[in-house]
Write a protein that binds this ligand. Structure first.
Ligand code: PEP
Ligand code: MN
Length: 357
């Protein structure tokens, strides 16, 4: 398996992939490409050519013809190009038309058969492949798709976090569930990570906040849909922004990429050492608390007292929340923390009290 290294950029600023959700006409694509190029911030022009739609009847993309437009846009602007490929025929056409980056859509990543076919079709090429997370929150499936490409010898691999499907109402079109891409980064520290705030948000509100969060979590770049006339876009109209808005967004992003100097490292280490001491103390306290729970359980068992005493639990929580408020700790945090501690102590008590003598 080839190793996975950072791709697409080694500059300090984030990689920006932008362009319309779908290529709609030659004029639209060329003009969008020029407007994006003029911002001097965009690295790759994206455009959907074949669109995976939830239900039939909506705009399914222009298809093959749009690849010629994309090639023209590439010649006119010098921008790299990116499209979604969902089967081997798409791959063949993309390679024929010199597309620089192929991305695997969320609905394709879920299917290991198709992912393997696409990977096999790319065997022996120098393709750059970005793999979107599967629509369901399954880290293993996402990693599996990445590994299938690495296994056929593709080394220019990255991942796109576009959020995960949900049932029912939610603020997000696809809630981000940040812990999943964070775990992916921990497993593959050199994997290029792109965040797609457009498909996470599904609307224009909050795009910037999601993009900023991605920067704070050390993502390498962003894929943001841009359209000259977003309200009249043929797909994903609610979430697209104009190139001008994209410019404003990118200017507003705070990217903290300061390289650690010896002085900064010494200062950080000082604070981190104190934190480590406190973490040790926290663990000591928790361990002592569990010893007491052990004692308590023995006593309850001998005296035939019930494990859960709701009144007592209510008292503990109220007292903790009151103290937390005085100490400036968030209510949600302390409630969650104490609930976890309580669950663990009930588990331990049940184990002890239900054990055979
Ligand atoms: C897209 O990028 O336009 C798209 C269809 O994305 P996803 O696969 O994330 O739904
Ligand atoms: Mn889209």
């Amino acid at each position: 398996m080839k190793s996975i290294n950072k791709i697409l950029s080694n500059k300090a600023s984030p990689i920006i992939i932008s362009g319309p959700c779908s290529a709609e006409s030659e004029e639209q694509l060329l003009q969008t490409a020029m407007a994006l190029k003029a911002l001097n911030k965009v690295d790759v022009l994206r455009a959907g050519i074949w669109k995976p739609r939830t239900k039939p009847g909506s705009f399914e993309g222009v298809g093959l013809e749009a690849l010629k437009w994309l090639q023209k846009a590439k010649e006119a602007t010098g921008l790299k190009t990116a499209i979604e490929v969902a089967n081997t025929q798409h791959v063949e056409e993309a390679l024929k038309y010199d597309v620089d980056v192929l991305w695997i859509g969320a609905r394709t990543t879920v299917n290991p058969f198709v992912v393997q076919e696409i990977a096999d079709a790319l065997h022996g090429t120098d393709a750059t492949v970005l793999i979107k997370n599967p629509i369901n929150p399954d880290l293993q499936l996402w990693e599996g798709a990445i590994e299938r490409f690495a296994k056929v010898g593709i080394s220019k691999i990255g991942a796109i976090h576009r959020g995960f499907s949900k049932y029912g109402d939610s603020y997000y079109r696809n809630p981000p569930q940040w812990q999943i891409p964070i775990e992916l980064m921990q497993h593959y520290p050199d994997l290029t990570m792109i965040c797609d705030p457009s498909h996470i948000c599904g609307k224009r509100d909050n795009l910037l906040a999601v993009a900023q969060k991605a920067m704070d979590l050390d993502f390498d770049g962003l894929m943001i849909e841009a359209h000259l006339d977003p309200d009249n876009a043929l797909s994903d109209a609610l979430q697209q922004i104009t190139p001008q808005t994209l410019n404003k967004f990118v200017n507003q992003l705070v990217v903290r990429k300061t390289k650690l100097s010896p002085t900064l490292t010494t200062e950080l280490d000082k604070i981190r050492r104190s934190i480590n001491v406190l973490d040790g103390e926290l663990l000591d306290v928790l361990s002592k608390r569990m010893e007491l729970i052990n004692e308590l359980a023995q006593y309850k068992k001998e005296n035939n007292i019930q494990i859960l005493q709701p009144k007592r639990w209510e008292e503990i929580l109220l007292k903790a929340l009151e103290e937390a408020k005085e100490k400036g700790l968030s209510e949600r945090f302390i409630r969650n923390l104490f609930t976890e501690i309580h669950i663990e102590s009930i588990k331990l008590q049940s184990k002890i009290m239900n054990e055979e003598n």
